[in-house]
Design a protein around this ligand. Structure first.
Ligand SMILES: Cc1cc2nc3c(=O)[nH]c(=O)nc-3n(C[C@H](O)[C@H](O)[C@H](O)COP(=O)(O)OP(=O)(O)OC[C@H]3O[C@@H](n4cnc5c(N)ncnc54)[C@H](O)[C@@H]3O)c2cc1C
Length: 288
């Protein structure tokens, strides 16, 4: 039976929103763009609380990094001059490849981050970039690291009176570089594979940090420990980057994809991983 939404609330303040969610005891869900509710309505949900009036639609840069309010749309991010200059334009570039403009005008970074699909691009970038997730609830604010936030589907992590207020992406440290690439059937459809890499190199050109995340192999975004082990502490030459890309893909238990064979996806993922690592190291000024 298809679940039905019976009512939409428009709270004017955060306090009102939290009171609504609390009283709803899991029946009332916060809504961003509302796009995912057109696929399916999670069990128990019969009412929605819009976040539109809460001023969460701003992109802001300060010394802590890039702050994305939960209601920032994907189109806003794609067009943001501030995001275009931040960490090699990683977020703006990937946002511009999500769905068609009509959908990008609706989809919010909050909704996109919190309900994962196997094709979700931005969550992998948040992980590669070491983002923090700011959760607000009846007991105040809580900051979760990307590892904590994506331990499981974030939707199941939040208490029913909590909501995601902001995503904070820190600036790259030292000599750092970042890159993102997506492979899909057409320019703006779901990724078959995409990947993001955020790396840094020390003064001698050796890799001091390598955070590679690949989209399309499994549901939860993960930093490849296998790739980091091969790269960190050593010069990032082509052979080592290739070895790291192969190890990153081979260490994942892949989810089936009806569009392509497992072997094809593995080959593709190795190529995309290698490319983003090469681009990121090159942006960081590391020797290749
Ligand atoms: C045709 C199409 C193509 C797409 N392609 C891509 C793609 O290539 N890459 C990609 O990454 N995404 C893609 N998406 C988007 C993705 O699939 C989701 O639909 C989208 O991320 C949902 O965003 P939303 O703002 O509409 O969230 P909503 O539908 O409003 O919410 C999603 C869930 O999160 C909860 N929620 C929303 N905001 C908050 C908050 N601030 N705090 C707590 N809970 C919250 C809601 O209760 C709901 O359970 C595509 C979507 C479509 C329709």
């Amino acid at each position: 039976m298809t679940q039905r939404i019976l009512k939409i609330h428009y709270p004017g303040t955060v306090r009102e929103l939290i009171a609504l969610l609390k009283a709803g005891k899991g029946r009332v869900a916060p809504v961003g763009g509302g796009v995912s509710f057109s696929f399916s309505v999670p069990p128990k949900i019969s009412e929605l609380a819009s976040l539109r009036a809460l001023g969460l639609n701003r992109i802001r840069l300060d010394s802590k990094g890039l702050h994305l309010g939960a209601l920032v749309t994907i189109e806003q991010l794609a067009k943001s001059p501030v995001a275009a200059k931040f960490r090699n334009g990683l977020l703006a570039q990937s946002a511009s490849k999500v769905a068609a403009t009509t959908n990008r005008n609706l989809i919010t970074v909050g909704g996109n981050a919190i309900r994962l699909f196997i094709w979700s691009d931005l969550p992998a970038i948040y992980c590669a970039a070491g983002a923090l997730f700011i959760i607000r609830g009846a007991k105040g604010l809580k900051k979760l690291t990307c590892e904590q936030f994506y331990k499981t589907q974030p939707l199941s992590l939040l208490k029913h009176e909590q909501f995601l207020e902001e995503i904070l992406i820190p600036p790259g440290e030292g000599r750092s570089g970042a890159a993102y690439e997506k492979f899909s059937e057409t320019a703006n459809t779901f990724a078959i594979v995409s990947a993001a890499a955020c790396v840094s190199v020390d003064r001698s050109g050796k890799c001091s940090s390598a955070r590679l995340a690949i989209v399309g192999l499994q549901l939860l975004p993960r930093i490849s420990k296998a790739a980091a082990k091969i790269l960190e502490g050593k010069p990032p030459d082509s052979a080592r980057i290739k070895e790291a890309s192969i190890a990153a893909v081979n260490s994942v238990a892949m989810t089936k994809d009806l569009r392509v064979s497992g072997e094809y996806k593995k080959e593709l993922a190795i190529v995309i991983a290698r490319r983003v690592l090469e681009k990121a190291f090159s942006a960081a000024g590391g020797a290749l």
